[in-house]
Design a protein around this ligand. Sequence first.
Ligand SMILES: Nc1ncnc2c1ncn2[C@@H]1O[C@H](COP(=O)(O)OP(=O)(O)O)[C@@H](O)[C@H]1O
Ligand SMILES: [Mg+2]
Length: 380
Amino acid sequence: MDTIKVLVVDDEIGIRLSIARILKKMVIASPEEGREVHFEVEQAETGEQALQLIRESPPEILLLDNKLPGISGFEVLAEVATMNLGINTVMITAYASIENAIHAARQGAYDMLPKPFTPVELRRMLEKVTNHVITARRARELAAEKKRVRFQFISVLAHELQVPINAIENYLRVMRDRTLGDDMKSYDAYLERCLIRSEYMRKMISDLLDLTRIESGERARTLEKCNLTEATRLAMDALAAEAAQRNIKMTLDTRRISMYADHTEIEIILNNLISNAIKYNRDAGKVKIALFKSGDEIKIQVSDTGIGMSAEDCARIFDDFVRIKNTRTTKILGSGLGLSTVKKIALLYHGSVSVESIPDEGTTFTVILKDQGADNDISS
Ligand SMILES: Nc1ncnc2c1ncn2[C@@H]1O[C@H](COP(=O)(O)OP(=O)(O)O)[C@@H](O)[C@H]1O
Ligand SMILES: [Mg+2]
């Protein structure tokens, strides 16, 4: 249920009371399905009194008679416009001339209700303005939520970037102050740690750029025929050295599959899933990549024999900046943005991403995408 506050301004007590009585009983169907709108009514006898009530606690709808004993309804309307409170004013007037209507609209009135009016006419007018109020309310709520999410994102990002900078500064101070003596060799380990931290920052920034490009929708997408098998081989090649270092074996199981897609987006998906499967694997572990196509549905599956995750962790990892912190992951660096980017891309393809995992045994990620050119091309 939504409640809208209405202020009725009329010097004739009979009219005021009857409008108030009708409004208090009135229930209007909200533009949002299954919801109702009720009204909370306040009354004022003069323009001066109305302005005072508006300043104290503004209504969302103002039913305003033009002919009042002191300042006129139009003067109240002009004053209300300067307050910028988003009040929707319906002018009630006995002289509903075109000039009056134009004047009211220029002053920011929402609409006009000619006097005398029937309860049905009042109801129709309220239905119209209520729709407007509720739609505007939801737009405001959505904007506030967006602002909150953006603010939270920036706070976390700032924190995540500060951590490596703090570490680098500490290592540099140790070197500057010659804490370990004058022999440059003593500082080799510190230099190495500085480099690891700055490499991590570089990766973080590159993940961030991927994410914001996808999310902003500003990156021009080029949907063209992509050889998915080839793209997967290239992604594996790019990560082969990292895998070899830890004696991890990668295999690809597929026939030749192609699809209409944006090449860069497919690269980001493959790169994130395969690099995770290596990073979170055990030494001498395995990574198995499999591709499937059935109709216009493409499935990319990446399985590993790594550290795995609890069901609770699995539910969180697709959110921005989420990294699972435990003794097995402390030494592994990352931004926590990779999987959230994968998920956003999958949604662009009307697809999904899911995960199955057993702690200490391994994890399988499955990405499903819809071929973006299936209508033009039914061969695979
Ligand atoms: N294959 C995997 N096995 C185990 N845990 C994983 C795997 N892939 C991702 N995770 C967990 O999910 C988290 C989020 O992954 P991701 O968004 O790629 O960020 P990053 O790898 O930069 O930390 C990781 O920090 C890790 O804890
Ligand atoms: Mg990752």
